[in-house]
Design a protein around this ligand. Sequence first.
Ligand code: DGY
Length: 320
Amino acid sequence: MNRRPKLLVTRRVFPEVVERLQPHFELEGNADDALWPREELLRRAADRDALFVVGSDRIDRELLDACPQLKIVATGTVGYNHIDVAACAERGIAVTNTPDVLTEATADLGWALLMAAARRLSETERWLREGRWNSWAFDQFLGADVHGATLGIVGMGRIGSAIARRARGFSMQVLYHNRSPAPNEAELGARRVALDELLRSADHVVLVVPYTPQTHHLIGERELAMMKPGAVLVNIARGGIVDDAALAKALRSGPIGAAGLDVYENEPKVNPALLEVPNVVLTPHIGSATRSSRLGMAMLAAENLVAWAGGQPLRTPVSA
Ligand code: DGY
């Protein structure tokens, strides 16, 4: 290629990331961070050699057909369920993601949601702001213990391990469910069990598995019914892993006590039934939202693109 490759960056990124990309690409960005309708994304992407995308950009066969020159898709996220990686591989299009750089921030948010849901922080703050606090009482807003409890982690990858490491400081027992044994299970003091056993035994459950056809509605009515009375369920993985309608029902009728959610089916729409139940803490997909983590993600996507433009090995390729 004698010319600089054409790159489309679908969302606003940090100035240092633009600076890193600029010398290597003919770059079209999205300085206003406008939400492009699908047709506009297809139109803007059509003559591009490279795309820098995020989780809301669906990279499917339709888009790939519309982009005959496309050679690389770099997503600024660790999750890549929005990309048809097999279809990219068939066409010789490389795909990269952003592992590691967001692990600790996302584990922190998982813990924040666990603590907030167990100790009813959103519910009590709303109550206080409404001016309803007149006196202290022994049985006021009793929550669930986190320290010394049994934590169930579904998905023991990088983020799951980071959550398990934090559990030590809370003297928790850790159970986990994963397709294969985690190589670090002895170091983490964690025991691998079947999903049903985890749901029946854990006081609190955190979901950190990738979204795939196999994990769609992994937690539905049947699984929620197995959980311990008062248990907390946290989802920081992906919408669709939990059946949100079934969860809203279980939050009303038990046995679970509370939930902490950062991700939703049909994001950014949230099932209205979830908005109506008091015992759920809701955040808008902010798991990785610290400056260092989000900058790290965007910069890693840029480094992959720069490596590709220079004919160098990709930093974090995704394989089909
Ligand atoms: C990711 O990187 O996959 C996070 O969910 C942020 O979108």
